[in-house]
Structures are given as C-alpha cells and as structure tokens.
Design a protein around this ligand. Sequence first.
Ligand SMILES: Cc1cc2nc3c(=O)[nH]c(=O)nc-3n(C[C@H](O)[C@H](O)[C@H](O)COP(=O)(O)O)c2cc1C
Length: 201
Amino acid sequence: MNVSDLFAIIQSRRSIRQYQARPVSNNVLRRILDAARWAPSAHNVQPWRFAVVAGSEWRERLAVAMSEHLRADLAADGLPAGRIEQHVERAYRRVVDAPVVIMLCLSMADMPQYDEDHLQHAEWIMGVQSVAAAVQNLLLAAHVEGLGVCWRCAPLYCPDEIRDVLSLPEDWEVQGMLTLGYPAEEGASDRQSLEAKVLWY
Ligand SMILES: Cc1cc2nc3c(=O)[nH]c(=O)nc-3n(C[C@H](O)[C@H](O)[C@H](O)COP(=O)(O)O)c2cc1C
C-alpha cells in the first residue's frame, strides 16, 4: 500500500445511515475492533471500551429505552405530540434497523488521577481524544471491509438508560454510538478548504 491508497480510503469514507438487512459476521466485527485497538492513546492507557450490540433483542431494548428518553425530553421542551412521535419513531428505527450498534465508551479507570480539577479535566479530555482516535481507525477499517457506519451522538443524552439496558461496568462512560451494516445508500459530504483550517508559521 502507498500513501495515495491510504488517502483514497480516507477520502472515500462517508457516513452511511441506511443499511441492508445482511448480517455482519463476528470475524469482520473483530477485525474492525482490532483496528480501533491500534490507535494512539494518552499514556498508552487505551481507555476505549466498546459494547457490541448485534442481537436484535438487545437492539430493541436499547431502542425502546433511548426513544422513551427522547419522548420525555421533547415533551419537556413543549414540542407538539405529533412532532414528538415523528422524532421518537426515527430514533427507534435508527437503532433497530441497523444490523449492529457499537456503543462507544471511555474508561478513566487506568488514567492518572489528580485532585486538582484542571489536571483531572485535562486527563479526561485526553481520554475522550483517545476514544475518538480509536473510532476513526474503526471507521476506516469498516470502510475497507465494505461496511457503512454512522457515528451518532444520541447516547450522550441518555447515558443512564444505556448503562441500565446493557449493564455496563461502572467505569464505562458512554460517549456515543456507531450504527453499522452493509450500505444501502451512498453517502455524500464535502469539506471546507485547508486554507480555512490551517495557520502556517
Ligand atoms: C462526534 C460525532 C458525532 C456525530 N453525530 C451524528 C449524529 O448524531 N447523527 C448523524 O446522522 N451523524 C452524526 N455524525 C456524522 C457527521 O454528521 C458526519 O461525519 C459529517 O456530516 C461529515 O460527513 P461524512 O462522515 O459522510 O464525511 C457525527 C460525527 C461525529 C464525528
């Protein structure tokens, strides 16, 4: 492989939100999780944790818990009932229609601990950054495997419900989730120019 092959992989990956019903084998899932494992991490602590939710009963439980939480949130915001049900149905379908959901978590258990808030906060940021690096590895590996993936932030709004459904270990902080499967759509997105993002000195 050369640099242009790698660049082509990076550039052609897109978030994919619609999936075929075709199941994803455990071997493929293990390969993409293994790619995540090789990401850099602060202090090489490897604080990423993944909960792989492929069984349809588990996805159903997750979808119900997450969409019920959303219903309560939207009702508290005063949204009309019809609109609430549209959002809730979409949130529910997102989880049950994806062949696999991977819950993205951070464990601070092995990270250095400080009494000073600013130092502890910096460690937490390093932990979040390490999880994100692992997720990007996973996204690229999944793309090469022919899978489509979308990174989703919804779990950030209902971490307790997710922890309860999956009985996650105490130290696993829910950071987001991936929905994935073989693609049933082509993704589309663009990028702003390098000039808008980089200062050269
Ligand atoms: C931290 C993070 C959270 C995201 N959350 C969502 C989400 O909740 N729903 C969604 O449809 N896409 C989500 N995305 C995907 C972005 O919308 C997507 O990466 C962006 O629009 C660029 O498109 P591309 O991935 O196809 O290049 C998220 C991406 C990241 C990195």
